[in-house]
Design a protein around this ligand. Structure first.
Ligand code: SF4
Length: 322
């Protein structure tokens, strides 16, 4: 479905009518910091090569997110195709970079959300959604029109415009966002985007202003708030530590963290040092010591020793000492 300029829709959260001129974004795309300005409805492609219909690689109940996101029945994950970044170690490159996936109309996308809800998933987990917001937002509204909405998890690399995040107020409940780098030259080497550091930090602050600390229901499932993911990168564990210092000084130690040790060299990283190896135990432990010394109180850390599968191993910052 195409939608016309100025179309109004009901936000699934509160039923309040909210006007978002979503068509502007589709015809002059400035959804992400690249601000390509292309008319995607007319077939023009920007940096991410996203077209005029939402593209999804796969969807279904996902057990591998952080415990309050995956719960017992799984997160209702929708893996969107295309990406606004070009990370040389991307594990999802077949669909993020090479565009695998099927196209869906807004009605069909709403059907996916309804199906995930009917299957018992705890939330709608939008994975790399940014290029598709002009389709996702009305699809969420349609899926929630019967009053049965799920918490919306906005699962992002962090490479976002503050203005776009601002539009998501009242739509996104939980932000699952990355801080990958603290230095421009590493951001350039890893993701071809030196401005990532400032942009991801600014976006996180806007998310924090909107939804604040993580709140869970009585079952321990995320209802709202920010979870910051810190993927420890080989040769750059010091940057994860610097981001922890930035978080502690700027947002505070009440933010929920997800410290990720799962990096494996994929895509173009297999030919490029230091990206061509997994992180060492020493790098992992150095980041962990920083989490403890700064006094962060909430979050999860992947168990370095058991990262042979895709599941996150979650516990409340009581790591096994090796
Ligand atoms: S979402 Fe894609 S087309 Fe739109 S500004 Fe970003 S990279 Fe460009």
């Amino acid at each position: 479905m195409n939608f016309s300029p100025g179309e109004k829709f009901i936000t699934p959260r509160s039923g309040e009518q909210q006007q978002l001129d979503v068509a502007i974004e589709a015809t002059h795309c400035e959804l992400c910091p690249r601000r390509c300005g292309v008319n995607r409805q007319a077939g023009r492609l920007g940096f991410c090569k996203a077209g005029s219909q939402a593209q999804v690689f796969r969807y279904g109940a996902h057990p591998g997110e952080e415990p309050p996101i995956s719960g017992t029945r799984g997160s209702g994950a929708v893996f969107f195709s295309r990406c606004t970044l070009r990370c040389l170690y991307c594990q999802n490159y077949p669909w993020s970079q090479e565009g695998e996936g099927e196209t869906y109309s807004v009605e069909e996308l709403a059907g996916i959300f309804r199906r995930l809800r009917e299957e018992g998933c705890h939330n709608w987990n939008l994975i790399s959604p940014t290029p598709w917001l002009a389709m996702i937002v009305p699809a969420l509204a349609q899926a929630g029109r019967d009053g049965k909405r799920l918490p919306v998890v906005y699962n992002t690399s962090g490479f976002e415009r503050v203005a776009t995040i601002g539009v998501l107020r009242g739509i996104a409940d939980v932000y699952l966002t990355d801080l990958r780098y603290s230095r421009r030259d590493t951001a350039l080497a890893g993701s071809e985007e030196p401005a990532y550091v400032e942009l991801a930090r600014s976006a996180l602050l806007e998310m924090w202003r909107q939804v604040g600390p993580l709140r869970c229901d009585e079952q321990g499932l995320a209802v709202s708030g920010v979870i910051c993911r810190l993927l420890i990168l080989p040769g750059h564990a010091d940057e994860a530590r610097e981001n922890l210092e930035w978080l502690a000084a700027t947002v505070g130690t009440g933010i929920a963290l997800s410290v990720m040790a799962q990096y494996i060299p994929a895509y173009r990283a297999v030919q490029s040092k230091p990206w061509s190896r997994r992180i060492s135990r020493e790098e992992f432990q150095a980041v962990w010591r920083k989490v403890e010394s700064l006094g962060f109180s909430q979050g999860w850390i992947q168990d370095y020793e058991s990262l042979t599968n895709e599941r996150l191993v979650g516990f409340n910052f009581r790591p096994r000492r090796k």
